[in-house]
Design a protein around this ligand. Structure first.
Ligand code: AKG
Ligand code: FE2
Length: 182
C-alpha cells in the first residue's frame, strides 16, 4: 500500500477487483489501460527490476523449443491475492497490436499459495482447462495462445512454502508477477 505500491483497483463498472495490484516499469490499470503515466495519487510506477527482466528472458529462452518469439518486458503487473481473492476470465489484449499479432509471449510467475488457473480459447465454461499454479511455477503464453482467455478461480489456503511465509511479508497470500511488452 502507499504511493506506487499495492492498491485496490476497480473495473470499468466501478466494482472493486478481488485482488491488490501494482505495476513496475510502466502503468497499466483495468480502467485507464496504458493511457496514464501517473496514478491518481500522483505516483509513478517504480522501475522494472533488472532481475524481473532477466527471469522473463531466461524463461522464454528455456521455452524456445516451442518456437516463441523473444520478448523484452517493459512492464510487470504484480497481483497480490488473499485466499478469498480471484480474477475473472479475461484476455491480456491492451498491448500494441503488432506485438499481439506476432504472439509476443507473456511470462507469469507464481509465488506463495497455489492457484487454480483456468484457460481456454473461448469464454465457454465447458471448454476451459484447469491447471494448478504452484509457488515457483512460470507460465508462458504466446504465439497462437497469446490472446487466450484466462483467470484465477481460487487460491488454495496453506498450500505455499511455509519457509517463504515465515521469512517474507507474504503471509499466506499469493503473488503473481506478469511480465510483458507493451
Ligand atoms: O495471477 C495470475 O496468475 C494471472 C494474472 C493475470 O492474468 C493478469 O494480471 O493479467
Ligand atoms: Fe491476464
Amino acid at each position: 500500500m502507499g504511493p506506487g505500491g499495492f492498491y485496490h483497483p476497480s473495473n470499468r463498472s466501478g466494482a472493486k477487483l478481488r485482488l491488490h495490484m501494482m505495476c513496475f516499469g510502466r502503468l497499466w490499470d483495468p480502467v485507464t489501460k496504458y493511457e496514464k503515466s501517473y496514478r491518481s495519487d500522483g505516483s509513478a510506477p517504480p522501475p522494472l527490476p533488472y532481475e524481473f527482466i532477466s527471469l522473463a528472458e531466461n524463461a522464454i529462452q528455456d521455452a524456445q523449443v516451442h518456437g516463441l518469439p523473444s520478448m523484452l518486458p517493459d512492464i510487470c503487473v504484480a497481483n497480490l491475492y488473499s485466499i478469498y481473492d480471484r480474477l475473472g476470465l479475461h484476455q491480456d489484449c491492451d498491448e500494441h497490436v503488432g506485438g499481439l499479432d506476432r504472439g509476443l509471449p507473456v511470462v507469469s510467475i507464481s509465488i506463495g499459495n497455489s492457484a487454480e488457473f483456468l484457460y481456454g480459447h473461448t469464454r465457454d465454461e465447458n471448454t476451459l482447462e484447469k491447471v494448478l499454479l504452484e509457488s515457483g511455477d512460470v507460465l508462458i503464453f504466446g504465439g497462437k495462445s497469446r490472446l487466450i482467455f484466462h483467470g484465477v478461480k481460487k487460491i488454495l489456503s496453506d498450500s505455499g512454502p511455509s519457509q517463504l511465509f515465515q521469512e517474507t511479508l507474504l503471509k499466506g497470500g499469493r503473488l503473481n508477477l506478469t511480465l510483458k511488452h507493451h
